[in-house]
Design a protein around this ligand. Sequence first.
Ligand code: ZN
Length: 150
Amino acid sequence: MKKQFVDLDNAREDEQKQVMEEIIKAGHCPFCQENFKLYNSQTSLRDGKYWFMIKNRWPYKNTKVHLIAIYKQHATNLDDIDSESGKELLDFLKWAEKEYDVPGGGWSMRFGDTDYSAGTVNHIHVQFIQPDINAPEYKPVKIKIGKRFK
Ligand SMILES: [Zn+2]
């Protein structure tokens, strides 16, 4: 049975994998608020009724800004989130665009079964990214959706 909160196959960095292994041992969802502080030292940039927003502890390569909005209740599928939360999410993303003076980028939300989403943490969250297009050897930032069926 694969009802784990994190999917190690989708972790990108050694330190991230180590933290994820601790989380698996503890049986915690790292994005649920009661556990979040155990594994993250960042303070919230925004704190709303539905979402809180942080800097990604493990930003993707070639990103200049990489924030994550995390749904405050444990949620894995779109059906688990309140449609009203969409407005607050957009307000947060607009805040980030302005706060970090972002000329362009992308945001994405994956959901559900991590075989299909390729998410590391199976708790609804949204990535907000400004690519660092002036970085030496820049390569376009890609967000993976789904992993090859084994
Ligand atoms: Zn959770």
